[in-house]
Design a protein around this ligand. Structure first.
Ligand SMILES: [Cu+2]
Length: 110
């Protein structure tokens, strides 16, 4: 019985880490200046499931990290970006953190 409990606890901990590591990476067309980036960032931050947002104009990326145990809805994010006047070219879930994506973009520039 004790073993089963330990396994259950370990699995829960793993699930929490996995959920935390999930970032929604969105390819967005139509962002041309810092104002566009700021507007999208503000919109994404307004979602209660959002932990952190990173926008790269050069790479046309909007990355949104979820709060642990919470899940952002892809369709909702797409609709929000479309409503703001931008076009979603793709949306994917990645294990990279916002920090990882920020560093990846920085590395591309240099
Ligand atoms: Cu703009």
């Amino acid at each position: 019985m004790k073993t089963i409990k330990t396994i259950a606890v370990s699995f829960a901990a793993f699930a929490a880490i996995a959920a935390h590591a999930e970032t929604v990476k969105i390819k967005v067309d139509g962002m041309v200046c810092a104002f566009c980036a700021g507007a999208i960032e503000k919109k994404m931050k307004a979602n209660k499931e959002t932990a952190e947002v990173f926008v790269s104009l050069e790479n046309k990326i909007v990355a949104v990290a979820q709060k642990p145990g919470q899940k952002l809805d892809d369709a909702k994010l797409k609709a929000q970006i479309a409503d703001a006047g931008y076009e979603v070219k793709g949306i994917e879930r990645v294990s990279a953190t916002i920090k990882d994506i920020r560093e990846e973009v920085k590395a591309k520039k240099s």
